[in-house]
Structure formats: C-alpha cells, structure tokens
Design a protein around this ligand. Structure first.
Ligand code: NDP
Length: 447
C-alpha cells in the first residue's frame, strides 16, 4: 500500500462472497513491474513517466525494483529506452536520473497468446529475483496491462500459466475500457476472475488518482460548514464537466468503438458523481468507500431520452482541429459513423439527500476550450433584501488544481450594494513549490 491514500482509488469489485485475502502480502523486497503493451501510447506517455517519478521520489528503489516491458514489436532494450526517454526528460528531471532509471528497464518481445514469450519473461523476472536474493514470500510481481481490452483474457491466462510468483504476491492491473456493456464487462470479469482472486485485481480509473478528486472526500467530510448544506434543500444542481480542445487525433479507431459515453462518462464522471453524492463512509477503507458508491449508483433513476444531448464534431472551415477538420475525417473512423463525441446527460438520484437535484454530466472532444471541473450550484438565498438579480453561489472544483467558492460581498465603497466575488484556492499559488503527483503515479503506488 502506498503512503498516498490507500487502495480505494483503484476499484475493487463488490462481491457477496467472502474474499480470501492474499496469502503473501509483503510490501518490501524485490519488486518486478511488468508493463505489457510497452510499445504503446499509454506506456510511453503515462506508465513509464509515472514509474520514473516514483523512482525519483524514492518510492521505487534501484536495489529492489526492476521494470520489464513486454510487447510483440521486436525492439531491443535500448530501442525501448530511447522511445521513452523524451517523455521522462521533462520539468526538473536530470538527465543522469533518467539514464539511471532507464537502466532498470528490460524489454522482452513475444506474442500475447502463446507461451514462448511469457516463459522468456518469467525467466528474466526469476533471474532478477535470484540476483536480489529474494527470500520466501518477499518478492512481488506487478503486471500492468497497457493493452487493448480484447487481449486481457488471453494475457491473463498466459500470466497465470507461465509467470506466477512462486514466493510472493502477483497482482494484475487492467486499464479502461473494461468491456463495452454489461454483458461484455461481466464476461471479462468472469474470465479474469477464474484466474485470479479479487484482491489480486486492480481496475484502474485514473480520474480517482487526481489530486482534486481525492480532495472531494476531505472537502465534503472534513469541513463542518459543508455538512448541513450538501443536500437538496440547498443545492440547485451539480455539473460535472469534461471538455477537450482537441479531437481523437489518430485514436479514432479505438474511440469509434466506444464513444464519449463509454470513454469518459460511465467511468470517470460517474466516479466523480459518486464521490460528490455519496454518504460518509464508515472509514477510508476501500470496501467502505466502494459500498457507499454502490448505494449512489443503485439510486440513480433510468435516464430520460429528453435529458440527453448527443453530438459529433464535424469539419469547420475556420477552425482546423489537429490534423483533422472533423471526426469522420480521421482515416480510422468509418465515413458514416454516428458515434457521439459529445454528450450531456442528466442523472437523477432517487434518495432522501438528492431527490429533485439534477446531476448534469457533460463530456466532449474538439470543443472550444479544455476543462475538467465540478460545479456545485447553490440555491438563491430566500427573502433577498439586496436586490441581487441572482446570487449564483457555487463551489467549483477545477481538476487542474483550484477550488473556487463564489460569494456575494459588499461592493467596497459608500454605497450598500453587493458584488459577486470568489474565495480562490489555487494550488500553484498556495502550495508553491509542491509537486502535485500525476494521477498514474498515485495509482501505481497504491497497487
Ligand atoms: P495502443 O493502441 O498504443 O496499444 C498498446 C500496445 O498494444 C501496442 O503498442 C501494441 O503492441 C499492442 N496492440 C495494439 N493493438 C493490438 C491488438 N489489436 N491486438 C494485440 N495487441 C495490440 O493502446 P494505448 O497504449 O493507447 O492504450 C492501452 C490501454 O490503455 C487501452 O486499453 C486504452 O484504452 C487504455 N488507455 C489509454 C490511454 C491513452 O492515453 N493512450 C488513456 C487511458 C486508458 P505490439 O504490437 O508491440 O504488441
């Protein structure tokens, strides 16, 4: 368990059977991290940089950890290192640190559906474990699947067959999308569940690793003044918004299969909604938080057609988005695709706290601006004596690191009039010099 905040930020499946706990739970000693799909986009942009940052901060020790990249592409260790180097050499990273870290990485090439490559991988990991003189129960193997979900089942089967840790824990991390609908998600869950126990499985939703998403729990439950206000009597609506100012940019093939609802709303925004709407959990234990989220989801009413807006960005002569004019101009998107790239959906939670309060979830690609925020809009003050047109009081949690609370205050001067102002907690100003960890860093640390 990382020092960052516990396992609750990666999702553990709700279950009615009692889960056997992992037998060997050593959290120190020889650690092998295997990035499957190491040749891909996510690995170079997020996974390796997150591991590097953990290494820089001393969470991964060079005398304990080794990192293995695995994929079909035939490249050498150095080819992989060169591919990812520029993604690590950012900010204050020193080039010696980058080089030291890259030396911890080894690459193994192999297919995802045959044993040969995985046997080779197991051999390499075992060599590392022997080199580190791992004693019984003290080695750890973490497999991170930075792969398309179509290969999760076969890859998990191969890991089970060829790469299980014989003297310590083995854990599997899977990325989104976890299935396409209920049937495919359950099928995937069953396929992987036959191979591994639930405590060994981590389904990552990187939104939960964002600093400000983590802060939601603290804001809500550690501030007395919010406690009596956080309900239908005081809150008019809640908006959870994700906007990107670029399009699918070459990832249209993947995106077209899923669309904005599956890609953003049903996972990231719904997780945020749960944290905004749930009751106080018994403790910060992952199971307790999960249980409260489940109650919220069970109280969500079926969505009404008239409360959904869908859209797709198309060509605009004036604004050229990336290299494409419109979504369907992406060569990987079918000409007649009607996959939504924008959606606005109202969810209604049928419980004592939230009855009648719309939760408006909006997500879109290729929009005029980039934004990810949560806006909790308060109702107007009854019996207004100041002639405010609308008090428009809200708290906004901007996921790029600020929290803003709008308020009415007296306009400075001799007249008694009101003006809208803001309490503004901008992390850059307030926590100057503090590095905010990337969401993936926190997730990997917790796994
Ligand atoms: P990529 O398309 O880059 O695939 C990763 C690697 O998987 C490739 O380098 C390739 O390696 C292998 N691969 C690709 N397609 C197939 C296939 N059809 N069958 C078998 N192997 C294949 O994906 P990403 O790295 O972008 O994403 C990986 C996972 O992470 C996906 O589930 C994605 O949804 C998720 N994700 C990605 C994000 C991102 O920003 N990229 C963000 C959040 C989640 P090789 O050919 O060498 O074996």
């Amino acid at each position: 368990m990382g020092s960052g905040g516990g396992q609750w930020i990666v999702e553990k499946r709700s279950s009615f059977r009692s889960e056997p706990l992992e037998v060997n739970v050593s959290e120190t000693g020889c650690l092998s991290i295997v990035v499957l799909g190491a040749s891909g986009d996510l690995a170079k942009k997020k996974t390796f940089p997150a591991l590097f940052n953990l290494y820089r901060q001393g969470f991964l020790q060079s005398n304990e950890v080794h990192i293995f990249g695995y994929a079909r592409t035939k490249i050498s260790d150095d080819d992989l290192r060169n591919r990812i180097r520029s993604y690590l050499e950012k900010g204050s990273a020193k080039s010696e640190e980058v080089s030291e870290f890259l030396q911890l990485i080894k690459y193994v090439s192999g297919s995802y559906d045959t044993e040969g490559g995985f046997r080779m991988l197991d051999k390499e990991i075992s060599l590392h474990e022997e080199f580190r003189n791992s004693t019984e129960g003290s080695s750890r193997r973490l497999f991170y699947l930075a792969l398309p979900p179509s290969v999760y089942p076969v890859v998990c089967r191969m890991i089970k067959l060829c790469c299980m840790n014989k003297c310590g824990w083995t854990r599997i991390v899977v990325e989104k999308p976890f299935g396409k609908d209920l049937d495919s998600a359950e099928k995937l869950s069953n396929q992987i569940g036959e191979l591994f126990e639930e405590p060994q499985l981590y389904r990552i939703d990187h939104y939960l690793g964002k600093e400000l998403v983590q802060n939601l729990l603290v804001l809500r439950f550690a501030n007395r003044f919010f406690l009596p206000l956080w309900n239908r009597d005081n809150i008019d609506n809640v908006q959870i918004v994700f906007r990107e100012d670029f399009g699918t940019e070459g990832r249209g093939g993947y995106f077209d299969e899923y669309g904005i609802i599956r890609d953003i709303i049903q996972n990231h925004l719904l997780q945020v909604l749960c944290l905004v709407a749930m009751e106080k959990p018994v403790s910060l234990k992952p199971e307790h938080i999960r249980d409260e989220k489940v109650k919220v989801l069970q109280s969500v009413m079926p969505i009404k057609d008239e409360e959904v807006v869908l859209g797709q960005y198309n060509g605009d002569e004036e604004v050229v988005l990336g290299q494409y004019h419109g979504y369907r101009d992406d060569s990987k998107v079918p000409d007649h695709s009607n996959t939504p790239t924008f959606a606005s959906i109202i969810l209604r939670i049928h419980n004592e706290r939230w009855e009648g309060v719309p939760f408006i979830l909006k997500a879109g690609k290729a929009l005029s601006s980039k934004k990810a925020d949560i806006r909790v809009q308060f109702k107007d003050v009854p019996g207004d004596i100041f002639n405010c047109m609308s008090s428009n009081h809200a708290i906004r949690i901007l996921l790029d690191h600020s929290i803003r609370k709008s308020m009415s205050v007296k306009q400075p001067g001799l007249e008694m009039s009101t003006v809208q102002s803001e309490l503004d907690l901008s992390y850059k100003q307030r926590y100057h010099g503090v590095t905010i960890p990337d969401a993936y860093e926190r997730l990997l640390l917790d796994t």
